[in-house]
Ligand binder design. Sequence first.
Ligand code: NAP
Ligand code: MN3
Length: 357
Amino acid sequence: MKNIAILGSTGSIGLNSLSIIKNYPSHFRAYALVSNKNYRLLFQQIIEFRPKFVYIHNPKSLNKLNKLLNTIEHNTKILSYNDGIDSIISKKNIDIVIAGIVGSAGLRWVISSIKYNKKILLANKETLVMAGPFINMLLKKSKAKLLPVDSEHNSIFQLTNKLNSQQIKNINDVLLTGSGGPFRKKSLSYIKLATPTQAVNHPIWKMGAKISVDSATLMNKCLELIEAHNIFNFPFEKYKVLIQPEGVIHGIVNMKDGSSFAHMYNADMKIPISNVLFYPNYNSYMSSNINFSKLKQINFEEPRHNIFPSIKLAHEVLKQGMSAQIALNASNEIAVASFLDKKIKFLDIFKFIQSSL
Ligand code: NAP
Ligand code: MN3
């Protein structure tokens, strides 16, 4: 039995994780839940999963959660900002941490999880964009293990795990695929006027608002290039981005002998999450395969670099170094929040990032 801490339990990654845990009660137990504002959903999760510990970040939500908890009998200890992050992560019984908080708020939780030698399932890519080299340095000194949840990185992880050292040396390049987001086919004049509702309406994945906007700007692929660079040991030039609108191929490894390995499944985050949850054991999660005859075709195209400068930005900041990566991540996060608040227009996100850099 493995005890799990789910960081961001009320979010998209958190809900997918809980739905796996629920189906494997003899393997996994939701031991600690962490969230920010959504006290109503957290309350439901406390009733359903009976965690030992809960941390809620937002003070107003903490008050409201406590009021709800006064109406039931429970044995959950409620922690908050004043108790600190270590107070939860340091618990000896926690075996696995699912890092599913969105944005830079996730960084300190990952640092704490490394400090306490946890197995970390990393969805929070911003951590590696802000602090990749620092995180890798901490990992070297710790017994913690960091495993990728992000679908592209999880696919590359699974593919390269199946290759021997001779084959690894003979990799030509690694393709990070992306669906292209909701504006893949839209005209520049449409994109200029795009609303938050249109931007978060992702054609393939159902995800949180921030990553959905990142998918629409292709900044998600920018962040993922930097993420990949910090997880795997290939030179940066080896990573390429390719748009694959059906969202069935999640990673491709091209070999020097002309062959390619592609990792495929129906877009469902429970597949990569369960892969690393069970790792190093075989993934016992059951799901249906792609129905290839129904799918009929798989298309590929290059990103529209003239409209979306995101991929170029990844190359730029990696050349410039850590301060540029921190500035890129922070300015993107603020710009996306401002766009969602209707304070700036969609394409202003790029202007904001570029001027910050
Ligand atoms: P989401 O649905 O917006 O969920 C974010 C979660 O983080 C919520 O539970 C939120 O709590 C919590 N949170 C936010 N700020 C917090 C803070 N300061 N302290 C504690 N908890 C906090 O986001 P998501 O789509 O699950 O994405 C999470 C991360 O995974 C992102 O980094 C994203 O890039 C990455 N990722 C997601 C997917 C996906 O399929 N969703 C795929 C690949 C990678 P409240 O809801 O209570 O406010
Ligand atoms: Mn991804």
